[in-house]
Ligand binder design. Structure first.
Ligand code: GTP
Length: 362
């Protein structure tokens, strides 16, 4: 079984974080997001994988290479202009060699049992199988209705509450027979959700649902990206086992001053320095090579790599990307700070998410 992972989206809702870093490379507990997706496929013995990229390809290729390090074989397809979810899979057709394939949205973290889904797909003789997940507010999603045998009967886009008939939505994992690709025009922007699946349904082709209650989170927005990190720290997925005694993890070559007060759950990467009288309160992730200097307070945040939080600074409910310098005595709260930003001494930043990478603030 081969798989195509869609990693070519612009990630506009995650800007400015995704201006330099593709969504697939955003760190989750200090590892690129896509690593979890690839390792999960490998655990389900899906080791031939195509990465469908169109935007910011280089950091992905540099990290994953031919896939050897991760126990898989990777191929890459490129798109001159974004081809949409279905157009991107059509573009990978030559690698699929006429076989059925799995398609995964590359921004979804899930514990979905792929082996069970592949078995179900084969047994039901479906042309396409779509994984489903329940959500609390179905009115902002595309709902999927099924009959008693799991066959999909209707797609319902963003219904009003009074029209809601199910809370199950498309979970962004598909199993497709090769014939499905014949419904997708080559080199054309085309969508599974809006075009291919509704068209197959219109033709009464067998499309089945594979519902699951397992952990599921898409990282499309900063809030959900933060939520995923925190959910993992709190043990909500089976893909990360927090240390059950302390739930504090400190990486290699990192130093934490004995006067620092660290309240779980916290992950500190490699080669970090946590200074005197600092207070770190979880859920919190600190990336490799970052320094939290004396008397600073950092809580409920995600700090990427090589960030310097200078002394007496407060960082709360924020995401600070690679290489930022947060000046002494400043306050950063409910904000998103993209790569290589310098924040001046004593600056107060509250609820800010429109800073450009590399900017000097204050
Ligand atoms: P937003 O711009 O914030 O909506 O994010 P996005 O561009 O990632 O779009 P969306 O969340 O709808 O995409 C779902 C998944 O499909 C993500 O993993 C995207 O990387 C991927 N994707 C979306 N459009 C394309 C495309 O045109 N080409 C490829 N290769 N992947 C795509």
């Amino acid at each position: 079984m081969k798989a195509v992972i869609l990693v070519g989206g612009l990630g506009t809702r995650l800007r400015p974080l995704t201006l330099n870093t593709p969504k697939a490379m955003m760190p989750v507990l200090n590892k690129p997001f896509l690593e979890y997706v690839i390792r999960r496929l490998a655990r389900h013995k899906v080791t031939d994988i195509v990465l469908a990229i169109s935007h910011l390809a280089q950091p992905i290729e540099d990290h994953f290479g031919n896939g050897n390090r991760f126990g898989v074989r990777l191929e890459y397809t490129a798109e001159e202009t974004a081809l949409g979810t279905a157009g991107a899979v059509k573009n990978a057709e030559e690698y699929l060699e006429g076989e059925a394939c799995l398609v995964l949205n590359g921004d979804i973290f899930t514990d979905l049992d792929l082996t069970a889904m592949m078995d179900f797909h084969r047994r039901s003789r479906a042309l396409a199988t779509i994984a489903l997940t329940p959500v609390e507010d179905p009115t902002i999603y595309g709902l999927v209705e099924t009959d008693d045998y799991g066959r999909i009967t209707r797609f319902l886009e963003k219904p009003r509450w009074e029209d809601v008939t199910t809370n199950m939505i498309n979970a962004g994992t598909y199993m497709l027979e090769s014939q499905v690709l014949s419904y997708i025009p080559p080199q054309t922007n085309f969508s599974f959700e809006r075009q291919v699946f509704p068209y197959l349904l219109e033709r009464s082709e067998p499309i089945y649902a594979f519902p699951s209650l397992c952990y599921w989170m898409d990282i499309g927005t900063p809030e959900k990206y933060r939520r995923l990190n925190f959910d993992l720290l709190e043990g909500r997925s089976n893909q990360y086992q927090p240390d059950t005694t302390t739930n504090i993890s400190i990486g290699e070559y990192s130093e934490c001053h004995p006067t620092a007060i660290v309240t779980a759950p916290v992950v500190i990467g490699d080669s970090c320095s946590i200074g005197k009288n600092t207070r770190l309160t979880g859920p919190l992730v600190i990336g490799n090579g970052s320094n939290i200097t004396n008397s600073s307070v950092v809580e409920n945040s995600i700090i990427w790599q090589n960030v310097s939080v200078e002394e007496d600074t407060n960082v709360r409910q924020s995401i600070i990307a690679n290489g930022c310098i947060i000046g002494a005595g400043s306050l950063i709260t409910d904000s998103i700070v993209p790569d290589n930003v310098t924040v001046a001494t004593g600056y107060r930043m509250i609820n800010c998410s429109d800073i450009q990478p590399g900017a000097s603030i204050g």
